[in-house]
Design a protein around this ligand. Structure first.
Ligand code: ZN
Length: 281
């Protein structure tokens, strides 16, 4: 088995709706990526519910490789609350993340934040969350080779990063690039959206062919990096323009849904619209 990768996929999950007029709210479809060679493996992000963590651990075991590291791309709990289940199955695996992202990760698993996350997934989350530890340097071992970690700043949250494996022409993007899934722009500002656009440029500069997005529409045609980066650039620009012209959530939603009728998890757009324009109605 030479250097290779595989993707574990989780479908959208029902969650309680927090916006008027949207009954069947869902958490976006999510992925976790295993990169491996003959001597070991790296798992990038590890999902949120205990059940997902267990299923992901069993899936990693089924590959027959020794998991050396788990890298967490950014401080959102839906990418690392599954960690205790992974570490239970692979006690020798080291969970790591960018040093500057660790305080925000610890905040995500503070009692207050855990109550918020638990509201989305009642009874489904670990009671003993584990934060990753600071990565020394900017590479993570993959058995005998290594993956590069590229910090890209603020995207849908601060201290985001992607994992680059030149030998596979592969980027694993966390939330920096979405694959045909509405992008999380709730809480965004003109500055954060501009930062996200710059982050997309940084990912494009890696010139990878394949990109595995942390949130990927199960119906997405492929994992083509250039297509996804282009679509995300356009989505942010279109959102910016539609937001500028809208004075109420429904206007922004209508404009974006007209432009993106088939993109996965529209609830994400509703949340952004009510967050950014809800008080102006
Ligand atoms: Zn995410």
């Amino acid at each position: 088995m030479s250097l290779d990768f595989d993707v574990f996929v989780v479908d959208p999950k029902p969650i309680p709706s927090a916006v008027p007029g949207f009954e069947e709210a869902t958490w976006p479809p999510s992925t976790s990526t295993l990169i491996s060679d003959d001597d070991g493996a790296l798992l990038v992000d590890c999902l949120i519910t205990e059940r997902e963590g267990r299923e992901l651990a069993a899936w990693v075991k089924s590959h027959g490789c020794e998991l050396g590291y788990v890298y967490i791309t950014h401080p959102h709990a839906d990418h690392f609350l599954g960690l205790p289940e992974i570490l239970a199955a692979f006690p020798a695996a080291k969970p790591v993340a960018l040093a500057e992202s660790i305080p925000a990760m610890k905040e995500q698993i503070s009692p207050g934040y855990l109550r918020v996350w638990g509201g989305f997934f009642p009874g489904q989350l670990t009671a003993r969350p584990v934060p990753p530890v600071a990565l020394a340097g900017t590479t993570v071992p993959v058995g005998g080779s290594a993956a590069a970690v590229i910090p890209v700043g603020t995207t849908d949250t601060g201290h985001s990063s992607v994992v680059h494996v030149p030998g596979l022409s592969l980027v694993v993007s966390g939330d920096v690039v979405y694959n045909r899934t509405h992008m999380w722009l709730s809480g965004s500002t003109p500055d954060s959206r501009a930062s996200w656009a710059r982050a997309l440029d940084a990912v494009a500069a890696l010139e990878a062919d394949t990109l595995i997005a942390g949130h990927r529409d199960p119906q997405a045609a492929d994992d083509d990096a250039r297509r996804q980066i282009g679509e995300c650039r356009r989505y942010i620009a279109d959102f910016e323009a539609a937001l500028e012209r809208s004075s109420a959530p429904a206007e922004l939603i209508d404009r974006m849904m007209a432009a993106y009728p088939d993109v996965a998890n529209p609830y994400t757009l509703w949340v952004a619209a009510y967050d950014l324009l809800g008080t102006r109605t």
